[in-house]
Design a protein around this ligand. Structure first.
Ligand SMILES: CC(=O)[C@@H](O)[C@H](O)COP(=O)(O)O
Ligand SMILES: NCC(=O)COP(=O)(O)O
Length: 253
């Protein structure tokens, strides 16, 4: 059996099940069951489950988070806005992980990363509260030097680098530039002692280059994986994404 990590830090997969909930919310039915999707993804090889409880509840509902977290058999990463409401929910439910994500009501999906530099005290206070609740808290930030520095000043132990600009790049030069930004940001954060995750817009086709960045130890992937599951089933979609990640990781020397 190939060592998929070539002796490097293994790369964890967090499966984001938001868009299983999107399908359910489309009709207001009780199916598809988001908690069952979470357990299926874990059985297929996911290391954790990500759920984004948005302020507008467009997909994941409070009951989804409660069901998955209180079942206690799935490590949950709760993505949340930096608001008192969401901090109260995290404090009450105590997921293993949380990730502070910016939200704009009108956005189709998450656009930029959290502006840590522009709200350092608020971020520091939120991290303190999440750490106090025993939650491993990450900041979802753009791969920008100043934001990485600010994350370190805010006391972040984890960050998730926003890979959206890389995923959305339509030309090789732009894709290469965005990959360089992510690579440099990952190295900078690692040197600050911060654990580096990444996510947004990753697919089986573009994940390899991200997986080959040694300092990145976790990828959170949802939309494209759930889209794959429509055709191949969730079990196979998780396995295929894991295989694409491992292929990328093997490129590490
Ligand atoms: C923060 C991020 O990039 C995603 O995890 C987020 O969940 C995207 O929001 P939607 O799932 O609502 O598209
Ligand atoms: N934080 C990224 C995530 O959880 C999933 O993002 P996407 O794969 O749905 O774009």
């Amino acid at each position: 059996m190939n060592d998929s990590t070539n002796g490097h830090a293994p790369l964890r997969l967090g499966v984001n099940v938001d868009h299983v909930a999107t399908l359910r919310q489309a009709r207001g039915t009780h199916y598809p069951d988001v908690a069952y999707a979470a357990r299926t993804a874990m059985a297929a090889g996911a290391d954790s489950i990500t759920v984004h409880l948005r302020e507008d509840r467009r997909h994941i509902q409070d009951a989804d988070v409660e069901a998955i977290v209180t079942a206690g058999d799935v490590p949950v990463n709760l993505e949340m806005a930096l608001t008192e409401e969401m901090l109260d929910i995290a404090d009450r439910l105590k997921p293993r992980d949380a990730c502070l994500v910016p939200e704009k009501r009108e956005e189709l999906t998450t656009e930029g990363g959290l502006d840590v530099a522009g709200q350092l005290d608020a971020v520091r206070d939120a991290l303190d509260r999440l750490h106090g609740a025993g939650i491993q808290a990450a900041l979802f930030i753009d791969p920008e030097h100043d934001q990485i520095e600010a994350a370190g000043r805010a006391g972040a132990r984890f960050i998730e680098l926003h890979t959206g600009a890389y995923a959305d790049a339509t030309h090789d030069d732009e894709r290469k530039h965005q990959l360089e930004r992510i690579t440099e940001a990952a190295a900078q954060a690692h040197d600050l002692g911060i654990e580096v995750h990444a996510g947004h817009g990753l697919t089986r086709d573009n994940v390899g280059a991200i997986a080959a960045i040694e300092q990145i130890v976790e990828l959170n992937i949802g939309h494209a994986l759930i889209a794959d599951a429509v055709f191949m089933g969730l079990n196979e979609a998780v396995k295929e994404m894991r295989a694409a990640m491992d292929a990328g990781r093997r490129a590490l020397r």
